[in-house]
Design a protein around this ligand. Structure first.
Ligand code: DAH
Length: 365
C-alpha cells in the first residue's frame, strides 16, 4: 500500500509555480488593456478567465497537491483570478462608455441640413378660410352641405325663383355646357345647394355650404371667372329676419373681430323676400368713416354679401310648406372676405398658385 506522496514538491507542478501564475496574470492584464472594443474584450474574457483559460486549468491542478501545498497555490491562483476579473470589469466599464460616446457621435443628426430640395407645399389660403367659416357654423349646430359645380339649370335658377327672363340667365353671366338642350351650367352661385338641401331633407334645416362658383367675368383685380361663395340656409318654424341678423352679427364678429357687426340695406334677390345687402363694419377703422382708412375707403362699412327671408315660392318649389316653415338665407364671397381681412387689393394672386403667396397667409403644411 502506498502512503501520501510526501516527497511531492508543489513548486514542481508547473502551472502552479509562482512565476507561471504571475505570467498568466500578466498576459491576461496585458490582453485586457489592449482589447480595443467590447467584442475583443469578450474574447479576452474567454481566453484568460474562461473555463479553458490557463488560469482555470491551473486551478484544477490544486486538488492534486498535498494538503499543505494547496493553501499557497490556492491563494496565488485566487489572487491572480481576482486581479484578472477586476481588470475585466474595469475595462468593460471604459469600453462601454466609449461605445456609447461613439454611437452618440455617429448617430448625431444635423438638424440644420436642408431635408428635401422641394418645398412640401401646403393648403390654399382660400381652403383654410372656407374651413374656418364652416367650423364657425358647425359650432352653432349647422351642417356642411355640398353640391356639384356642374349644376342643372333648374336648380341654379328656376328653383330659386330666377325665371327664364331674369338677366342673370343670359349668356353674359353664365357658363353653359354643351349641348345646350341638356340645360346644364357651371353654377353661378352656391344658392342651388339651398334647393338641393330642401329637396333631400326635412326641416329643421341648418346648413352652410362653401364652394366654387363660375361667371363669365373678365379676369382683373376684383373679378375672376371662378371664385368662392359661402351659402347659408335655415328653415324651421318661426324663423324671422331677426334670427338672420343675429346670426350674421355673430358670423362677422367671429371672422373679423369682437364688436364687428353688420348692417342691412334693402335690396332684391329673387329667392328671398324681403332681401338685403349685408355690410360689415370696417374692422380696421371700426366704422369711424375716416378718409384715411384704406380698407373701407372712408365708408366705415364694407359690402359683404346678400341675404333675406327665403321666398315662399322657393319653399314651395322645393317641397317645403310655407304655412308651417319659414327660413333665412345668405351668401357671401369668400375671396372678398379674405381680401379685406388681409387688406389685399388684387385677388389674382389667390388664383395664380405661387406658393410664396400662400405661405405668407398661414398655409399649414
Ligand atoms: N346668390 C347670391 C349671389 O350670388 C348671393 C345671395 C344673396 C345668396 C341672397 C343668398 C341670399 O342666399 O339670400 O349674388
Amino acid at each position: 500500500m502506498s502512503g501520501p506522496n510526501t516527497d511531492y514538491d508543489p513548486v514542481e507542478v508547473t502551472p502552479l509555480k509562482a512565476d507561471q501564475v504571475e505570467a498568466m496574470r500578466e498576459a491576461a492584464l496585458a490582453a485586457i488593456a489592449a482589447a480595443p472594443d467590447l467584442d475583443a474584450l469578450k474574447q479576452v474574457r474567454i481566453d484568460h478567465a474562461g473555463d479553458r483559460s490557463p488560469i482555470a486549468l491551473a486551478n484544477r491542478e490544486i486538488g492534486a497537491l498535498p494538503p499543505q501545498a494547496r493553501k499557497d497555490a490556492g491563494q496565488r491562483i485566487g489572487q491572480a483570478r481576482g486581479a484578472i476579473n477586476q481588470a475585466l470589469a474595469a475595462r468593460q466599464v471604459v469600453l462601454e462608455a466609449e461605445h456609447e460616446e461613439r454611437m452618440l457621435a455617429e448617430e448625431t443628426v444635423d438638424v440644420s441640413l436642408p431635408t428635401t430640395r422641394r418645398r412640401p407645399g401646403g393648403r390654399h389660403p382660400i381652403t383654410l378660410q372656407s374651413e374656418l367659416i364652416a367650423d364657425l357654423f358647425v359650432a352653432m349646430g349647422y351642417e356642411v352641405a355640398e353640391g356639384p359645380v356642374v349644376e342643372a339649370e333648374w336648380l341654379n335658377f328656376d328653383a330659386l325663383n330666377l325665371g327664364p327672363d331674369h338677366p342673370a340667365r343670359t349668356m353674359q353671366d353664365t357658363f353653359w355646357t354643351e349641348p345646350a338642350d341638356h340645360h346644364v351650367v357651371l353654377r353661378t352661385q352656391t344658392s342651388p345647394v339651398q334647393a338641393r338641401t330642401m329637396l333631400t331633407r326635412k326641416p329643421p334645416i341648418y346648413v352652410v355650404c362653401p364652394g366654387r362658383v363660375f361667371r363669365t367675368d373678365e379676369y382683373d383685380a376684383t373679378h375672376s371667372p371662378m371664385f368662392h361663395q359661402v351659402e347659408g340656409l335655415v328653415v324651421d318654424e318661426g324663423i324671422t329676419m331677426a334670427h338672420l341678423k343675429g346670426t350674421l352679427d355673430h358670423f362677422a364678429s367671429q371672422l373679423f373681430g369682437d364688436g364687428i357687426t353688420t348692417r342691412f340695406r334693402p335690396s332684391y334677390f329673387p329667392f328671398t323676400e324681403p332681401s338685403a345687402e349685408v355690410d360689415v363694419k370696417c374692422f380696421v377703422c371700426r366704422g369711424v368713416e375716416s378718409d384715411a382708412c384704406r380698407t373701407c375707403r372712408g365708408e366705415g362699412w364694407i359690402e359683404w354679401g346678400g341675404c333675406g327671408v327665403v321666398n315662399p315660392r322657393v319653399l314651395v318649389a322645393c317641397g317645403v310648406d310655407p304655412e308651417v316653415y319659414s327660413g333665412f338665407a345668405f351668401g357671401m364671397g369668400i375671396d372678398r372676405s379674405f381680401m379685406f381681412r388681409h387688406n389685399l387689393e388684387d385677388l389674382r394672386p389667390l388664383f395664380e398658385g405661387d406658393v410664396r403667396f400662400s405661405s405668407a397667409f398661414g398655409t399649414e403644411i
